[in-house]
Design a binder for this molecule. Structure first.
Ligand code: RP5
Length: 165
């Protein structure tokens, strides 16, 4: 799946991660930020992972969102290859020890190779963060993010009114 001239690359270790990663896709569609989606496995397709990360900046991508579960090495390995910012999404896989394996594999990076790690299964926040990064140089995306936040505020104020009255 890909939109016109993608700015954000969404990758995941397995097709089984897609139900979680779909939240990133949905929020980027909502914010009208172009993206592409691929399955790239650090362990099962290491050469494909290397080629993807190595070519990402040259192809025009600005941010990579990488989701993986279990021994979740994909975000960190991609971050080791490209200079682009990488946002890691720890995915709670079915045989996972409550997702801690995914979280710690992505979070505990060595000095020099950061991965911006969101909460377990928090692909929506990864999408929003990626949009915020590209909005630094794109005022139209920035305006849509401001509207997105205003909508969140409105919803909380509405629920506060409902609870209080
Ligand atoms: C990881 O192993 C994937 O990111 C996925 O979260 C997990 C399970 O993959 P499958 O066995 O379902 O392909 O590499």
């Amino acid at each position: 799946m890909s939109t016109n001239k993608p700015l954000i690359g969404i990758i995941m270790g397995s097709k089984s991660d897609l139900p979680v990663m779909q939240d990133a896709i949905d929020v980027l569609k909502h914010l009208e930020v172009s993206f592409e989606v691929s399955v790239v496995s650090a362990h099962r397709t290491p050469q494909r992972m290397f080629d993807y990360a190595n070519a990402a900046a040259e192809r025009g991508l600005k941010v990579i969102i990488a989701g993986a579960g279990g021994a979740a090495h994909l975000p960190g390995m991609v971050a080791s290859i490209t200079h682009l910012p990488v946002i890691g999404v720890p995915v709670k896989s079915s045989n996972s020890i409550d997702g801690w394996d995914s979280i710690l594999s992505i979070l505990q990076m060595p000095n020099g190779i950061p991965v911006a790690t969101v909460a377990l299964n928090a692909a929506k926040n990864a999408g929003i963060l990626a949009a915020q990064m590209v909005a630094i140089a794109d005022h139209k995306i920035a305006e849509r993010l401001i509207a997105f936040k205003a909508d969140l505020k409105e919803k909380v104020e509405q629920s506060a009114t409902e609870v209080e009255n």
